[in-house]
Ligand binder design. Structure first.
Ligand SMILES: Cc1cc2nc3c(=O)[nH]c(=O)nc-3n(C[C@H](O)[C@H](O)[C@H](O)COP(=O)(O)OP(=O)(O)OC[C@H]3O[C@@H](n4cnc5c(N)ncnc54)[C@H](O)[C@@H]3O)c2cc1C
Ligand SMILES: NC(=O)c1ccc[n+]([C@@H]2O[C@H](COP(=O)([O-])OP(=O)(O)OC[C@H]3O[C@@H](n4cnc5c(N)ncnc54)[C@H](O)[C@@H]3O)[C@@H](O)[C@H]2O)c1
Length: 480
């Protein structure tokens, strides 16, 4: 029997973190690979997400630190009033984006991946249609196809975006101007990180949240202390339990607020700018998924834990999807991990993803991080599986390094199984929380027990001792 020949072993549609990782990994394993990209190599994370936002947070974080006169004077430091150049801060983000985009593109080229520019779509099984930027349409065959088309900002109805006075994170990362007063709709990851940037640079913020409290997606204990420091102590007013039902760009921008329960208009604001940070929607509209019978859920592509695309809950042969477009944990490292796992499965190894061990962090000053189960999820699991749940808290105020830095407002909450000692989840707010969570993430990935983890020696004095203390406290509660 002769083997069917294909133009490529693998075509990846979308060159964000998910697509990049998949294409690189497959090419390094010897497959003939093409990647299709309609916009910027590197996708959201590199061009409009993680990279520019972290560059802005780095610069504005330094401004915040240098302008914090009471904090500095506790060390006996007296600095001159801080001056900063908005344009240079914006340029720092832009330059970093360009460098990382270039490096990523070169890495793909060096590993032998063919880069196809244009909009990709499915044309039935094992076929990808490509509408090139010059209008030419081509069809390629591939033994396997990975869809990695990512996501775009969600803009609720009634909100008009002009990109200048009313915008999403796509424009906010350019830091084109600093509004005196900005309303941020949404108090999730983007809302919090940009509130951190804007307040550090002297803007007043009004944060509008549809659910009944700000930061609704975070652990309640973490929210209590984090919102006190990141919101209440800053130039931020909050409105929770309200929808922004109309936003009209202009000077001023007009914002209509509607009570989430009564559905009555309760307030009208006039602000200088509005950032819409109300979540993201998958980019699947033009993928022609119907040509292979895939039905999406709110636009997201259904997959199993091997990244195989599902139709009626059954995997479709040779079709895979990774990253934001699958709606799992919408994070760059999740997309990359999914990309590698898809390729491992294409190469014949039946590997599944472990979402429980994937950490997440919000890069505010200080940071918030989490991994594994929330307290509520852990309680449900304990009830269903019939084990006793353990929860311990460890505080930065008992940590020498945090005290030396005069940054001791912080908490770690560790969730574990009291019978087996297995770590189930952790939530941290405090200095370098984003780095601290990795240790717990590794422990969850290895299904380690607090009794063993408590014996591991941590460097003194470091913030990692916050984690050590939590493990030690937890190990005392394990049933012998
Ligand atoms: C402001 C902001 C900050 C963020 N910060 C962080 C962070 O600090 N840490 C973190 O882990 N995550 C962060 N994220 C989330 C992260 O950016 C995403 O989870 C990640 O980019 C998802 O990668 P992806 O490969 O799935 O999709 P994307 O990065 O969205 O890439 C998809 C690519 O596919 C292309 N594409 C779409 N349709 C087609 C088509 N039909 N044909 C060809 N190409 C197509 C798009 O142009 C895009 O380049 C942030 C997001 C935002 C918006
Ligand atoms: N550090 C990071 O890892 C990082 C940073 C930024 C973004 N991201 C990713 O990007 C995704 C999108 O971030 P995001 O902050 O836009 O979404 P999000 O889901 O984190 O938060 C959106 C918030 O907006 C609220 N909301 C929704 N509609 C509203 C309305 N009409 N009026 C008022 N409030 C409303 C929601 O209740 C929620 O609290 C996140 O899921 C995250 O995965 C990650």
């Amino acid at each position: 029997m002769s083997e069917i020949s294909f133009d490529f072993d693998l075509i990846v549609v979308g060159a964000g973190y998910g697509g990049f990782d998949a294409a690189k990994h497959a090419a390094e394993a010897g497959l003939k690979v093409a990647i299709v990209e309609s916009r910027d190599m590197g996708g959201t994370c590199v061009n409009r997400g993680c990279v520019p936002s972290k560059a802005l947070l780095a610069a504005s974080g330094k401004v915040r630190e240098l302008a914090d006169v009471p904090h500095l004077s506790e060390f006996g430091i007296h600095s001159a009033p801080v001056r900063f150049e908005r344009k240079k801060i914006a340029e720092h983000a832009k330059n970093l984006v360009e460098t990382i985009r270039k490096n990523l593109t070169k890495t793909l080229e060096r590993s032998g991946v063919e880069i196809l520019r244009g909009e990709g779509r499915l044309e039935g099984n094992q076929k990808v249609g490509l509408r090139e930027t010059n209008g030419v349409d081509r069809i390629f065959s591939a033994r396997d196809i990975i869809l990695a088309t990512g996501s775009d900002p969600f803009v609720p109805p009634g909100i008009e975006i002009d990109g200048r006075t009313v915008f999403t994170s796509d424009e906010a990362i350019n830091l084109e101007w600093l509004p005196r007063w900005i309303a941020i709709i949404g108090s999730g990851y983007i809302g919090l990180e940009f509130a951190d940037i804007y307040t550090a640079l002297g803007c007043e913020v009004t944060m509008i949240e549809a659910l009944d409290k700000v930061m609704p997606t975070f652990d309640p204990d973490i929210t209590k202390i984090a919102s006190r420091n990141l919101i209440d102590k800053r130039d931020i007013e909050t409105r929770a339990g309200v929808f922004a039902t109309k936003v009209k760009p202009g000077c001023p921008v007009e914002v209509e607020l509607t009570d989430a329960k009564s559905r009555e208009v309760i307030e009208e604001l006039q602000v200088d700018a509005v950032l819409v940070a109300t979540g993201r929607v998958p980019s699947t509209e033009n993928l022609n998924l119907q040509s292979v019978g895939v039905e999406t859920t709110r636009g997201f592509i259904p997959i199993d834990d091997q990244m195989r695309v599902l139709v009626n809950e059954k995997p479709v042969s040779n079709l895979w999807a990774v990253g934001d477009v699958t709606g799992k944990l919408m994070l760059a490292h999740t997309a990359a991990a999914q990309g590698s796992i898809a390729v491992e499965n294409i190469l014949g190894k039946a590997i599944e993803i472990d979402y429980r061990s994937i950490p997440a962090a919000t890069f505010t000053h200080p940071e918030i991080s989490s991994v594994g189960l929330s307290e509520e999820e852990a309680k449900d699991l304990a009830k269903n599986e019939g084990f006793e749940l353990g929860i311990v808290r460890s505080y930065f105020k008992a940590n020498s390094k945090a005290l030396a830095e005069l940054e001791s407002d912080g908490i770690m909450k560790l969730i574990f199984n009291k019978e087996t000692g297995e770590v189930l989840g952790a939530h941290i707010y405090g200095l370098h929380a984003a780095d601290l969570i990795q240790e717990v993430s590794n422990a969850i990935s290895r299904r380690q027990r607090v009794n063993d983890l408590a014996k591991e020696v941590h460097t003194h004095p470091t913030l990692s001792e916050v984690v050590e203390v939590a493990y030690k406290q937890a190990s005392l509660q394990i049933k012998k």
